[in-house]
Design a protein. Structure first.
Length: 157
């Protein structure tokens, strides 16, 4: 069976034997129209993808964990949930005796200060990272256990 012969320019949609045929003129016109549409759609999709990629995900929970026996600690910020922050801090701490000693929420900063051995700490949460660092140092120094140094500090988005 051979393909029907098309009559370009005719609007009948029928070939010489009376069967339905595609009209080349309309197809060409549609292709040109779609050709103009796709770059616009493609450009819009690319712009949307860039905006989504540039927008930070909502993540505003942090936690600090510490092990009194070993002096190990772990801290994390900008986690999606408070539970995720606590789990990550405990994991980063890496000792079996680690406990979460500080939790922070959206827009909060936290800091941990320890003595050299890590076995005495001070932790604090404040609006700015500098305030949190100063408060953590102050809390650590209250124990008169030695010179305190800030070991971890950061802010949640």
């Amino acid at each position: 069976m051979s393909a029907p012969a098309l009559h370009p320019g005719s609007n009948s949609g029928l070939d010489a034997s009376g069967r339905v045929a595609l009209e080349l003129v309309a197809t060409d016109r549609e292709n040109r129209s779609m050709g103009r549409l796709f770059p616009t759609v493609r450009g819009s999709l690319m712009a949307a993808a860039i905006l989504v990629a540039a927008t930070p995900a909502f993540a505003g929970y942090g936690a600090i964990a510490w092990d009194r026996t070993s002096g190990k600690y772990g801290g994390t910020w900008n986690q999606a949930t408070a539970q995720a922050a606590a789990e990550r801090a405990l994991s980063d701490c890496g000792a079996t005796g680690c406990k979460v000693i500080m939790r922070t929420g959206t827009g909060q900063c936290a800091a941990l200060a320890t003595i050299a051995s890590g076995k005495f700490v001070g932790a604090a949460s404040r609006k700015t990272v500098e305030e949190a660092r100063l408060a953590a140092l102050s809390n650590c120094q209250k124990g008169n256990a030695g010179d305190c140094v800030v070991r971890a500090s950061n802010c949640n988005k």
